[in-house]
Design a protein. Structure first.
Length: 84
């Protein structure tokens, strides 16, 4: 019993384990901040991409890609219709 008391007293007064706990807590807080920052940045970038993609919706001008494809070597294939 006396041996157990000495062991517990020595463990209670030891301070070398405390600094490792502090470092672990500090690392956890920094990691949490990085994860939250990356999540917020990803959401912002995603919203900007969605907004940019909306600019290229159906209202844009261009070729509809419906050509007949008979041009070949020097031929006269017809291109698709313009969508403006």
């Amino acid at each position: 019993m006396q041996r157990t008391r000495r062991l517990l007293a020595r463990l209670w007064s030891a301070e070398h384990g405390i600094s490792s706990v502090e470092y672990a807590l500090l690392l956890a807080m920094i990691s949490g901040g990085i994860i939250i920052s990356v999540d917020l940045l990803a959401s912002a970038v995603s919203n900007e991409m969605i907004d940019t993609a909306a600019l290229f919706g159906e209202d844009t001008c261009g070729n509809d890609g419906s050509g007949d494809g008979t041009g070949g070597d020097g031929g006269t294939g017809e291109g698709g219709a313009n969508t403006c």
